[in-house]
Design a protein. Sequence first.
Length: 167
Amino acid sequence: MLNLTVQVLNLSLNASRSELETLFSYCGTVEMIRLQRNNDSSQSALVTFLQPFAYQTALLLNDVPVAGEPIRVLPSKETAADHTISDEYPIRDTEDNQLNRAATVYGKASSAVSAAAKETVRICTMVVKYDPVITAFLLLSIAIHRLANHAAEEWNKRRSLVMLNVK
């Protein structure tokens, strides 16, 4: 069976499973995360993916800061040197699990976009005092923020309808 597990080293004790899940979910579907406490006041993790491209993408996250510390992402010690496709395939999630994960990722992304937009508005409000051109950018930022909120509401309505039809 194809082993799609990466080892995450130099992980701060302040790093949480949800932070790792958020980071690595951008690579692809995360099947499992195992946190392990080390003796040197750090922790490590094993992150297993369902797709080979997710595994390969995760290896590119070397030196990305998590909880204030740059992490090292390496192939797991159990991972074979060559990643050839085998006859065995990973177990697929159910449609409900995929919808729930998609909703979770969407919610986190939506919150991050909303927080970024609010911070942008705050900064622009401070700068408006100095240049009228920036006022135009502030108004544009507010419009984008409202558009993002409207899109999130529409997506939630459609997701609710899909969930009702699935049941």
